[in-house]
Ligand binder design. Structure first.
Ligand code: UTP
Length: 298
């Protein structure tokens, strides 16, 4: 059975929820603490054992590519100034993985973005990590991509992550109908993209982490635009589920939709709290702020 060595990271969406910032800066390049969102996503893939990262980029492609490239002038200056810890940080980013970038010429939807990666993915199974979502590691299961890769390697069946959402959030996500096989592990029976809460009983939403059998590429080749005129990944996953089956897993990691303003702020706060250089000071600031808020002083 195949080991998952390749991952597609779609990062070519228009980022309209984050305008005007995303007029010139891709949302995946917005900063969480001290690194762009895409850095955390690539790091998750590498920690899960991925060797080749296929970045699907659109506007601002160069900013993403430059981030993972050498910056001679900057590195020379850091070396001369003896700032070795910063130099080490930059060289770690440069050496992270093989990063291959492909341009999605038009943002025709997530399904189309994934199909754009076909020339590099070839016939292999692969992971997909949405470039604007961050998930954290847990001591027991590592990260979400790791969980999905190991599940695929054990079962040879495509595996996706699922999370429970409130009624009001159902229409923001792809929703999976499932049958529980054992705690935390499900068979998917059907999928719908952004249904109304009255159109489905399920509250299992799909965050942006998947591992796919290569058959999904065959399905995507003939996929037609649907909701919002986009080629929706969920439509092709429905066919994949019918043709080859689909497993779903819950996870313990924290997950942030950093492409959404509130999710972005939450990610910044929580990851800064985890950061040894900032955590303590930020915590006292938050506690002070919370006391002021409770006293009605804002
Ligand atoms: P989103 O739906 O969150 O991205 O797609 P968006 O369209 O940029 O979001 P809005 O405009 O703020 O609502 C999830 C991921 O898929 C990528 C996005 O870059 C994001 O990382 N994507 C989406 C593509 O690469 N290509 C597309 O055509 C659509």
């Amino acid at each position: 059975m195949g080991k998952i060595r390749k991952a597609i990271i779609p990062a070519a969406g228009l980022g309209t929820r984050f305008l005007p910032a995303t007029k010139t800066v891709p949302k995946e390049m917005l900063t969480i603490v001290d690194a762009p969102i895409i850095f955390y996503v690539v790091e998750e893939a590498i920690k899960a054992g991925i060797e080749d990262i296929i970045l699907i980029a659109g506007r601002g492609k160069h900013a993403i590519e430059d981030f993972f490239d050498t910056s001679y002038e900057l590195e020379d200056r850091l070396a001369k100034d003896g700032k070795l810890h910063l130099l080490e940080k930059l060289s770690r980013i440069r050496n992270m993985a093989n990063i291959i970038s492909i341009r999605q010429k038009q943002a025709l939807g997530l399904g189309h973005a994934i199909l754009t990666g076909l020339p590099i993915v070839g016939d292999d199974p692969f992971a997909v990590l949405l470039g604007d979502e961050i998930t954290t590691e847990t001591p027991t299961s590592g990260n979400v991509t790791n969980l999905l890769c190991r599940s695929f390697e054990d079962t040879n069946v495509s595996s996706i992550s699922i999370m429970k959402v409130d009624d009001k959030d159902v229409s923001k996500y792809g929703i999976a109908e499932t049958t529980e096989i054992r705690p935390g592990f499900f068979k998917v029976t059907d999928l719908t993209e952004k249904p109304k809460p009255t159109e489905t009983k399920s509250r299992w939403a799909l965050p942006g982490r998947y591992v796919f059998d290569n058959h999904i590429m065959e399905i995507l080749k003939s996929a037609k635009p649907s909701l919002n005129g986009e080629i929706q990944l969920t439509d092709s996953m429905r066919v994949l589920c019918r043709d080859k089956g689909l497993n779903a897993m819950t996870f313990e990691s924290r997950r942030f939709d950093a492409g959404d303003k509130l999710g972005y702020l939450q990610a910044n706060i929580e990851l800064a709290l985890d950061n040894p250089e900032l955590g303590d000071e930020l915590k006292s600031y938050i506690l002070g702020l919370s006391a002021r808020l409770q006293g009605g002083k804002r």
